[in-house]
Design a protein around this ligand. Structure first.
Ligand code: APR
Length: 256
């Protein structure tokens, strides 16, 4: 009985799709927290180990939560930043970067992740949908005018502007906030243009990023999900490969 979700295509069946993607911007890889799980960075919704199983996202990943207790939120991100700095790109990140070096101009990585592991592995074109945990920005525009650098703020938990006392916040997208418009427009353009979209390590629980797989499908791309567990967007995929990023990406990309 053919598996209705075709969740058991052999790797070769999916690898056979790759040559057709070897064209400018022919391959897009949309990544989520599962991409960095094997680098030791916690995901958000995995039942036992996910951050949202242990912390309240509205208290820690929202502007309201930050205004309510800036130090609590600042300290939480500081701890996560340290984890990112200690982490290393895993074999999945390296496989993407090696593919990128062998086939310049073919790969675009669109990531929901706020770590810098794709960049440290060496992927040339990465679109960050949810910002960068290693960067800061002003909570409100600093009245000292454009171009003020949060790095010059008075150190603290969180740092404050020396002149007006405005707070510095982490440069990530919080719940209830819009994605950086340009980043999302570039991501939509990339998935509309590609021949093959690999969706790696995302639960598909957070929109609008979760809508990119269906958008790619409608535009005629083949969509393959790589995830050890079910996701909310499995139905948008042509194929679902049950496995991890650090195992399946090297197996899929290593030979082309
Ligand atoms: N390889 C591949 N996938 C994995 C691995 C792994 N080693 N380990 C876990 N996964 C999968 C899980 O099965 C799950 O489907 O990664 C997914 C992680 O899902 P989430 O924790 O929901 O992370 P993500 O989808 O990136 O969340 C999206 O939600 O909280 C916000 O801003 C946050 O960017 C995040 C967004």
């Amino acid at each position: 009985m053919q598996d209705p979700m075709n969740t058991k295509p052999d790797l070769t069946g999916v690898a056979a799709l790759l040559p057709g993607a070897l064209r400018p911007r022919g391959l897009v890889v949309l990544t989520g927290a599962g991409m960095s799980a094997e680098s030791g960075i916690a995901t958000f919704r995995d039942a036992q180990s996910g951050l949202w199983a242990r912390f309240d996202p509205m208290q820690l990943a929202s502007e309201e939560g930050f205004r309510e207790d800036p130090q609590r939120v600042w300290d939480w991100y500081a701890e996560r930043r340290e984890g990112v700095r200690r982490a290393e790109p895993n074999a999945g990140h390296v496989a993407l970067a090696d593919f990128d070096r062998r086939h310049p101009g073919v790969l675009t990585v669109v990531t929901q992740n706020v770590d810098d592991l794709h960049q440290r592995a060496g992927v040339a074109e990465t679109i960050r949908l949810h910002g960068d945990i290693l960067r800061d920005k002003w909570l409100e525009p600093c009245p000292r005018g454009l171009g003020c650098d949060p790095a010059t703020a008075v150190p603290g938990r969180p740092p404050r502007c020396a002149d007006c006392g405005h707070l510095v916040r982490p440069g990530v997208v919080w719940f209830g906030e819009a994605l950086p418009p340009q980043a999302f427009a570039l991501a939509e353009e990339a998935v509309r243009r590609c021949r093959l979209l690999l969706v790696v390590g995302t639960s598909g629980a957070v929109w609008p990023a979760a809508g990119l797989a269906a958008l790619a499908r409608r535009a005629g791309a083949m969509v393959v999900i790589i995830n050890p567990a079910d996701s909310e967007i499995d139905a948008d995929a042509n194929h679902v490969l049950r496995g991890t990023a650090a195992t399946l990406l090297p197996a899929l990309l290593g030979a082309i």
